[in-house]
Design a protein around this ligand. Structure first.
Ligand SMILES: [Zn+2]
Length: 233
């Protein structure tokens, strides 16, 4: 081995080491695939809101399937559905499926009803963690910290979803709300519930049953998810 080869070898080794260290650090901090779990609410015998023109369970599934299809264009997104067919699932079954999905966030899709016949527009909910934040041993503190992070991320996701849904239903937002949600709270990952339009309002009902609107909603939700992950602190 002559001096030149040795020098070259050492140089290569240094390049490799300095190149590998930042790569390892970068890889540890950033994921390149995000798993997004969609929960098309209701299904099977549980129709959700029903009028002579629509069944909530069909609409939620349609939008989830459209969103999954749109999402195929985003290489770092992987969509999983809690149900991809018309079947009944209890909350416990949904929680069990969500528990094995190892998702980075969850989006539960509903269609609204009630609040009187005049109520119209869309709503975005994030889970309200009702349990008091107790100070105590280290396990409790760590659990509370994780819960706070999940809550902050859920609020951020809700804001992004709201901003994008506004493009489909201008000035129809009814504000962000927090509400207890057994599925979202059990899985303890960031999540939101989107209530897309009111089945009980004739204009909303007409609009939300149109395929173009459903496609637009799917695209809006996808953009919301992209914004959420891009701005991840
Ligand atoms: Zn519902």
């Amino acid at each position: 081995m002559n001096g030149r080869v040795l020098k070259y070898g050492i140089f290569t080794l240094i390049l490799l080491i300095t190149g590998m260290i930042p790569m390892a650090g970068f890889g540890a901090q950033r994921q390149n695939t995000y798993v997004i779990l969609l929960d098309p609410a209701h299904g099977g015998a549980d129709t959700g809101v029903m009028t002579d023109k629509l069944r909530e369970k069909d609409l939620t599934l349609n939008i989830a399937l459209l969103l999954r299809d749109e999402g195929k264009k985003i290489s770092d997104f992987q969509f999983r559905l809690i149900r991809s067919a018309d079947r009944s699932l209890s909350i416990a079954e949904r929680i069990a499926i969500a528990g094995t999905a190892k998702a980075d966030c969850i989006v539960s899709i509903h269609v609204n009803s009630g609040f009187g016949k005049k109520a119209t527009g869309y709503e975005v909910y994030f889970p309200g963690f009702q349990q008091p934040i107790a100070s105590g041993d280290q396990t409790t503190i760590l659990r509370d910290m994780a819960r706070n992070k999940t809550l902050n991320d859920s609020v951020r996701l809700a804001q992004e979803m709201q901003a994008e849904l506004e493009t489909v239903f201008p000035r129809k937002g009814r504000g962000l709300r927090d509400a207890p949600h057994p599925l979202l709270e059990s899985v303890n990952i960031p999540g939101v519930v989107v209530e897309i339009a009111f089945a009980t309002h004739p204009d909303d009902r007409k609009k939300v049953t149109e395929p173009e609107t459903q496609q637009a909603v799917a695209r809006a939700l996808l953009r919301g998810l992209q914004d959420y992950f891009r701005k991840m602190p």
